[in-house]
Design a protein around this ligand. Structure first.
Ligand code: TPP
Ligand code: MG
Length: 345
């Protein structure tokens, strides 16, 4: 489905150049490698937990690549490493949240344009709408993009966010990754009506459903959505249909709720293999290019591991110092007891 009107001048987004196409592939290869490595690091005890995104590389890289980091802002969930990587966020800083070093990652949201990682399901959606409405009040043309899952779409917060955004014409792209599962609950037992994008009609929000395993379709949809929001026409919903090929998190065992046959049948086309094939048949890349992309992805993952291992703990007092601009008496007294117990002052 596609209810997003063409821009007033009728021009569609320009197609990606050959260099951009190769960059997209390299990003996807880097993300796949880093993702697999992060699972291994969790097994080795380097990090305590991680939320893999195997199979969602096209949805994440394609959408993250459309962001203009000089003005836009992205509000992720806990599974958006590929988006962060496509936006150029430092991967040691991003991954620090999975080492439990610091909530939400050590990257600076203001400069990276990526809000802290959000583990509260649907939490980031409300933050994005608030930020986007602020841009309208400031007369800026910046756009917010918020990520949510098929499971999150069942939360009341998403209804409030979409309704408010549509009424106020807030420049927000609601990017839904419908990966077929909310932990152990399949989409068909969760998304009434079968499509999150179809709900847009009820809010008067234009919506697109795209093949989330096709990086070019995702990039084009996201660029169109950003152009629509930037021209002051209000929010857009994109539902990228994809599949969570791995476990929900490193502490999940999918064998308890789906069989390997179901996993194989549901997964659809591998987004990397598909894009590789497209580049090969268009004569835009050869085996040597893919080998270089693989080698550079492996070297990058190794550097991230070294960076993570070298990361020391943050001062405990930050727990209290960074909550509010001005502290409260309750927080002040908790902070004092914490200092007494941990620092013996
Ligand atoms: C408000 C809230 N309720 C429940 C949870 C527990 N929880 C964590 S992830 C998840 C499923 C989310 O599924 P979906 O939105 O489809 O995202 P996915 O994990 O598939 O990327 C749940 C229920 C939570 N973190 N926050
Ligand atoms: Mg899901």
């Amino acid at each position: 489905m596609d209810t997003l009107p063409l821009p007033d001048d009728g021009t569609a987004a320009a197609p990606p150049t050959p260099d951009e196409l190769r960059e997209l592939y390299s990003l996807m290869a880097a993300v796949r490698r880093l993702d697999a490595s992060a699972v291994a690091w969790q097994r080795q005890g380097v990090i305590p937990g991680y939320a893999p995104e195997l199979g969602q590389e096209a949805a994440q890289v394609g959408s993250g690549y459309a962001v203009d980091t000089s003005r836009d802002f992205v509000f992720p969930t806990y599974r958006e490493m590929g988006v962060a990587r496509a936006m150029g966020v430092d991967m040691v800083e991003y991954m620090s949240t999975h080492k439990a070093t610091w909530h939400g990652g050590l990257h600076d949201p203001k400069t990276s344009r990526l809000a802290p990682i959000q583990a509260v399901v649907a939490g980031s959606v409300l933050h994005a709408v608030g930020w986007a409405h602020g841009q309208t009040l400031d007369g800026s043309d910046a756009v917010a993009m918020t990520y949510l899952g098929d499971g999150a779409s069942s939360q009341g917060d998403v209804h409030e966010a979409m309704n408010f955004a549509a009424v106020m014409k807030a420049p927000v792209v609601f990017f839904v990754q419908n990966n077929g599962w909310a932990i152990s609950v399949p989409t068909e037992r969760q998304v009434a009506g079968g499509s999150v994008a179809a709900r847009g009609a009820g809010y008067g929000i234009p919506a697109l459903q795209v093949d989330g395993n096709d990086v070019l379709a995702v990039l084009e949809a996201t660029r169109r959505a950003f152009a629509h929001c930037r021209s002051g026409k209000g929010p857009v919903i994109i539902e990228a249909m994809t599949y969570r090929r791995g476990p929900h998190s490193t502490s999940d065992d999918p064998g308890r709720y789906r069989s390997l046959d179901e996993e194989r049948d549901g997964a659809g086309e591998d987004p990397l293999r598909r894009f590789r094939q497209q580049l090969l048949s268009a004569g835009l890349a050869d085996e040597a290019f893919f080998a270089r992309a693989e080698a550079s992805a492996a070297a990058e993952a190794e550097m991230v591991r070294e960076g993570l291992e070298a990361l020391g703990p943050r001062p405990g007092s930050e727990m209290f110092d960074l909550v509010f601009q001005e502290t409260t008496p309750a927080l002040e007294s908790q902070s004092a007891s914490w200092r007494e117990e941990s620092e013996h002052v």
